[in-house]
Ligand binder design. Sequence first.
Ligand SMILES: *[C@@H]1O[C@H](CO)[C@@H](O)[C@H](O)[C@H]1NC(C)=O
Ligand SMILES: *[C@@H]1O[C@H](CO)[C@@H](O)[C@H](O)[C@H]1NC(C)=O
Ligand SMILES: *[C@@H]1O[C@H](CO)[C@@H](O)[C@H](O)[C@H]1NC(C)=O
Length: 351
Amino acid sequence: MWASWWFWPLVAVCIADQFRDTAERIMQSTPVIDGHNDLPWQLLKLFNNQLQDPRANLTSLAHTHTNIPKLRAGFVGAQFWSAYTPCDTQNKDAVKRTLEQIDVIHRMCWLYPETFLCVTNSTGIRQAFREGKVASLVGVEGGHSIDSSLGVLRALYHLGMRYLTLTHSCNTPWADNWLVDTGVDEARSQGLSLFGQKQTGSLVMVNFYSDYVSCRAEANLSQVADHLDHIKKVAGAGAVGLGGDYDGVSRLPSGLKDVSKYPDLAAELLRRQWTEAEVKGVLADNLLRVFEAVEQASSHTQAPGEEPIPLGQLEASCRTSYGYSGAPSLHLQPGTLLASLALLVLCLCRL
Ligand SMILES: *[C@@H]1O[C@H](CO)[C@@H](O)[C@H](O)[C@H]1NC(C)=O
Ligand SMILES: *[C@@H]1O[C@H](CO)[C@@H](O)[C@H](O)[C@H]1NC(C)=O
Ligand SMILES: *[C@@H]1O[C@H](CO)[C@@H](O)[C@H](O)[C@H]1NC(C)=O
C-alpha cells in the first residue's frame, strides 16, 4: 500500500528539498546582498582590529556568525559591513572609532583579496557577483557617528560609506531613537528635527535578532518569513530586503543561526509561493534597484548643504566652537596669544 503512514511526510521532505535546490539554483546567479553585518565589531572586540593575529584568520574563525566558509555556504554575494561604534562614544570619540572600523573593513579586503572586493557602487556589486567574490561595502550604524556634521557625513562618503542609519540606541540632536517608543528615552525631536529631515522611498531590510522578530528570546526562521510576508503585504515584494545583523546580536532564530543559512530562508519564501522574481528581489534585485536610483540622484549637480547645526543643539563640554559666530576668533585664543608672546620674546632677545 503506497499511501501508508510514511508516505506524506516523505513527500513533504522531498518538496522541502526541492525548494532548497531551487533556492540554490537561484542564488548561483543572484546571491544575497545583506545590508548589515557586524563582523568588524567582533574584530575590534576580539582582536583589537589586528587582522594578522593568527586567531583572527577569517577562514577558520570559529565562534562568530560569520567567516569565509559560512559566507560561501550562504551564497553571500555582497555585504554592507557595519562600521559601528556604541552610543557611549557619542560626543566623545565616535568619529575616530567610526574611522577605525571603516579602516578594518578596507583591511579585510586587502588581506583576503580572493574573497572580498571592496566596492562603492552597484556596478562594483555586479562585478563581484561575476568574479564570485563578496562585494564589500561600508554602512555606518547610528547617526551619533557623524557628530551632527554634514562635513563628516560627506568625508565618510569619500571613504566608501554608502549608508548611515539614523540612530542606534541614543537620540541625536536631530533624530529620536527607538528607545523613545519604549518609554526608556525621552522624545526630543518627535521623530526627526528640522535639521534631520530627509527624503524617503527606500527598502525595509529585515533584522534577524530573535527579540525583534518575536518579542521573545526564542524565534524561528518561519517567523522571519512572516515579517517578510507582512512587508510584502503592506508595501509590495519590491520593498523587501535583508539586513541580518549577524555578529551584532546575541540571539538568532532557529534555522538562521549564521550567515550560511540564507538559502533556507529563500527556500521558505518559495514554499510560501513567492515567485522566483520576488525571491530574487529580496535577495539582491530590490537593493540594486534602490542603490541605482540613489546613484542617479547623487550624480545630479546639487550644491552640498552647508548650514551647520545650531551650536546650542550640540552637547558636551569638550567640544570647540570654531566657525560659529560669537566663537572666539583665532587671534584672541590663549594658545595663539602665548605663541605670539613667545615669538616676541625670542625676537626681543635677538635684538
Ligand atoms: C588563514 O588560514 C589559511 C589556512 O590555514 C591560510 O592559507 C591563510 O594564508 C591564512 N590567512 C591569513 C590572512 O592569515
Ligand atoms: C564605481 O566604483 C568604481 C570604483 O570602485 C569606479 O571606478 C567606477 O567609476 C564607479 N562607477 C560608477 C558608475 O560610478
Ligand atoms: C515557529 O515558532 C512559532 C511560535 O513559537 C510556532 O508557532 C511555529 O510552529 C514555529 N515554526 C516552526 C516551523 O518551527
